[in-house]
Design a protein around this ligand. Structure first.
Ligand code: ACO
Length: 435
């Protein structure tokens, strides 16, 4: 795929008096890159780019985002349209297959999701052996890795049937997530139901109980669909790059996704949605003086950051944050929550920060996580499950990227270079001669 992107244009690089001509590549939305694939073999030099701020690791036709303009498209469709008009299952199909499903395809995919919803009964015993208070992301990552022991047929020939493979994983992760919550509450497990669509089924597994049957609320289902859609992919972010890198060693899908879940766990990545609500709760419990937290975030001598602000790529606004903010208000209204002190604090922080030169100069805007936690909290999801919800949403994106990487004829194992800064080769000192 990469060779097809090479244009006739060239960049010139002069090193040690010799000039090299580097091809220029261009993507379908006009993104440009300098092709340095032969740089080291031709010049002996490597490039250094910590944090990969300027490095394209692959060509991909899954997701386009323009951080300056605040654009996010999955397979060419605007996130605003998808969030408004689709279910999460349709978007999952879109990401994995590249096109929106027809009615028949959607039914087939939904039936597969329903059919794969159970997890092996022996796998359920695993939940009993995690210590109490184990972080749900650690449980999720372990359980997903363990799936390959229970369903090895899907790892033998992993490129074969993407429908089966993706439906199995998307469905079972939902069940694992709900079961881990029930176990943490010491409540009986609620098994999946074939007659419920994806999000309603998850909510029922989470909140139904023998003494208090769960009644599906359409507004809550709609909000959950929206949240999962907004999180479903975000091109080469930390967790997706992890999935691709791990998968580049030709490890199976489960192990690759399990690594992606671990990356997502980090507070600078997916863990931020939990951190936001904890920060808002702390501000509320300390009397609501949010300005002191803003000052702390601006203090260069204080490592504290205002969680929910800033993004590596979005430098104008995060389009997902705008959609979530609107959804947040309508969910609270439909649940009859007329006032939420945390939402009030969040709104006030946003208002102040958007005027503050520190944040304006650094292009720090609310990101996707700033309001999502308020919705999750309103629908009864505990804060330690927020990042698990993010993982459920991101799963179709991870699968699509893993598959794209797997099928890429230019695939190579990911293996960056470095600049070594340690001691030069020196004589070995035997143990008896060391002081
Ligand atoms: N609060 C205060 N200052 C911040 C914040 C913040 N949330 N984010 C960035 N800054 C400042 C940095 O201190 C730095 O200031 P300096 O130039 O004076 O040194 C400048 O803005 C640039 O910050 P970087 O860390 O270089 O930006 P980077 O692109 O590497 O990081 C990140 C992006 C990790 C998201 C960062 O903005 C952050 O830590 N935000 C808070 C955590 C968060 O909300 N994460 C969720 C991201 S969305 C997602 O993963 C789904």
């Amino acid at each position: 795929m990469l060779n097809d992107l090479v244009t006739g244009k060239k960049a010139e690089l002069t090193l040690d008096g010799k000039t090299y001509s580097l091809p220029i590549m261009e993507g379908s939305e006009g993104e440009r890159a300098i092709d340095i694939r032969t740089l080291r073999s031709e010049t002996g030099y490597v490039t250094i780019d910590s944090g990969y701020m300027n490095t394209g690791s692959c060509a991909s036709n899954i997701t386009f985002l323009d951080g300056e303009k605040g654009i996010l498209n999955y397979r060419g469709y605007a996130i605003e349209d998808l969030a408004e008009k689709c279910s999460f299952v349709e978007v999952a199909f879109l990401l994995v297959h590249g096109s929106l499903p027809t009615g028949l395809e959607l039914k087939k995919f939904s039936d597969l999701l329903g059919g794969f919803a159970l997890i092996h009964e022996d796998l359920i015993h695993f939940f009993d052996h995690f210590p109490p208070y184990s972080p749900p992301m650690s449980i999720l990552s372990s359980m997903v890795n363990t799936l390959c022991n229970f369903y090895p047929e899907m790892t033998d020939n992993p490129g074969e049937d993407i429908d089966m493979m993706s439906a199995r994983l998307i469905s079972k992760v939902r069940t694992i997530a709900a079961f881990s919550y029930k176990k943490s509450m010491g409540q009986p497990l609620v098994y999946p139901r074939h007659d419920y669509p994806y999000c309603a089924n998850f909510l029922n597994m989470m909140f139904d109980s023998p003494v208090n049957p769960y009644v599906v609320n359409d507004e809550v289902v709609a909000a959950l669909n929206k949240l999962l859609i907004l999180h479903a992919d975000h091109e080469q972010n930390c967790s997706t790059s992890t999935v691709r890198l791990v998968g580049s060693a030709r490890v199976n899908l489960y192990a690759s996704i399990s690594a992606g879940i671990s990356a997502l766990w980090g507070p600078l990545h997916g863990g931020a949605n939990q951190a936001v609500i904890e920060m808002l709760e702390e501000i509320y419990e300390n009397g609501g003086d949010y300005k002191q937290y803003i000052d702390k975030a601006k203090d260069r001598n204080d490592p504290f950051r205002l969680v929910g602000f800033g993004h590596r790529v979005y430098k104008s606004h995060d389009p997902r944050a705008l959609i979530i903010k609107k959804a947040c208000e309508s969910v609270l209204r439909s649940l009859g929550i007329s006032a939420d002190p945390l939402l009030d604090i969040a709104r006030e922080i946003e208002e102040v920060v958007l005027q503050d030169p520190y944040f304006v100069e650094r292009n720090l805007y609310p990101n996707v996580d700033f309001y999502s936690g308020i919705i999750y909290r309103a629908i009864g999801i505990p804060s330690n499950m927020f990042t698990v919800m993010f993982a459920m949403g991101r799963l179709p994106g991870w699968i699509a990227h893993w598959k794209e990487m797997w099928d890429d004829p230019n695939w190579r194992i990911g293996r960056p270079r470095q600049i070594y800064t340690g001691p030069q080769r020196r004589p070995f000192v035997s143990l008896s001669e060391r002081d």
